[in-house]
Design a protein around this ligand. Structure first.
Ligand code: TRP
Length: 373
């Protein structure tokens, strides 16, 4: 069978078969036993329960280490290439849950260098976008005392010595095999993966002893962290553990919300009117006429509006199941569903936008090494 999907850190296309992807990458499913174990630390997050965070690497040894009374450090990041949308918030919301549940420190890396190298953007663009994105990250309520934001171009003095040591262990042929680079690739891109690896090692470097790191992020980042894990033992660092999520769907029915499809993307700064318009146009898979839909029902499995409830906006399983049932029976139609979702998104965004404004007062206190934006 032809495989018609592609997942790399820079490109996600086609209908993603997440089981097959897991197999290809060689990551481990978050199975019932793991869910059971995670539920002992506090209320299990809906994204785990629902299989959105669905795959991992070495989560078991990390939890064993934690159970013996040792902390770990959380690490995730963002390549600031545009305004923040709901798809970016999703894994951050999960990170916040991990920070609260385990009471751990967190590093958030903003790779303004990465987006400069891989996109048609100036360094000025990517750095100012980093500021905008960081406001959204802070607005989610990360503990300001336990959370530090790294901006690669500002913190390069700390990052560079470790990046150098990493780069000496990664050959060009590895970079080509992992990322598909060729002779036309700019040489900054080839080096970049070392910088994304550094925060996984920084806690050990700072503490002067082995500190394990957990990285919750989209599964598209796995190629980078395979490299990170491969070089770790040779540099005397612990291999980071990972938990991976699926991509947040687009409103037009695609597998990944993406800024290349503006109308199918909800940004954190969107007005209630804009949200209404975008959700109004969402792909639902409903029938062409009301009569037909009342009779045959809809299909929540393909419906973007249902997926939004599933991924972010309806945490109550019973309510979600009830919604699916009503849809299949033709008891609820797409218009009503869209209105409910619009309302939920707008309530969330109203609070988020307020917190985002307040974040401007603390953003300077949350930077790594106290850099100024
Ligand atoms: N490469 C990521 C992006 O394109 C940014 C990033 C840096 C990241 N470090 C990370 C993502 C750690 C997840 C985890 O957005």
């Amino acid at each position: 069978m032809p495989e018609d999907f592609k997942v790399t850190p820079w490109e996600v296309t086609g209908d993603i078969d997440y089981d097959l992807l897991q197999e290809r990458f060689g990551t481990t499913p978050i199975d019932e036993a793991m869910k059971e174990r995670l539920s002992k630390y506090g209320d299990i997050h809906p994204m785990i329960r629902r299989g959105i965070f669905y795959s991992h690497r070495d989560l078991i040894p990390l939890l064993d280490h934690y159970d013996k009374g040792n902390p770990f450090v959380l690490y995730t990041g963002r390549g600031p290439s545009g305004n923040t949308h709901l798809g970016h918030l999703m894994p951050w919301i999960f990170n916040k849950w991990v920070q609260d549940t385990f009471g751990v420190d967190m590093l958030f890396q903003m790779t303004d260098d990465e987006k400069f190298l891989f996109k048609d953007m100036t360094l000025g663009d990517t750095t100012s976008m980093a500021y905008q994105n960081a406001l959204d990250f802070i607005a989610l309520g990360f503990d300001p005392k336990k959370t530090r934001i790294i901006l690669n171009t500002k913190n390069i003095d700390t990052l560079y010595p470790i990046a150098l040591r990493i780069s000496k262990k990664v050959t060009f042929s590895t970079a080509k095999a992992v990322f598909g680079f060729d002779n036309s690739t700019n040489i900054g891109s080839i080096f970049y993966t070392t910088l994304q690896s550094v925060p996984a090692f920084l806690p050990t470097e700072e503490a002067g002893k082995q500190v394990p790191v957990l990285i919750p992020c989209g599964i598209d980042q796995d190629p980078h962290f395979r490299v990170t894990r491969d070089v770790a033992p040779g540099l005397n660092y612990p291999k980071p553990s990972l938990v991976y999520c699926k991509m947040f769907p687009g409103l037009s029915g695609g597998d990944k919300m993406s800024s290349s499809d503006e109308n199918a993307t909800i940004y954190t700064t969107d007005s209630p009117k804009a949200v209404k318009k975008k959700v109004g146009r969402a792909f639902t898979g409903g029938c062409v006429s009301v009569e037909e839909q009342r009779e045959k029902g809809g299909n929540p499995e393909v419906c973007a509006v249902f997926k939004y409830n599933y991924y972010l906006f309806e945490e109550d399983d019973e309510k979600l199941n009830e919604l699916a049932r009503k849809c299949r029976n033709g008891e609820i139609l797409c218009g009503e569903c869209k209105m409910c979702l619009t309302e939920k998104i707008n309530v969330f965004l109203e609070g988020h936008q307020e917190r985002r404004e307040k974040a401007k007062d603390v953003i300077d206190d949350m930077t790594y090494d106290g850099f100024k934006w």
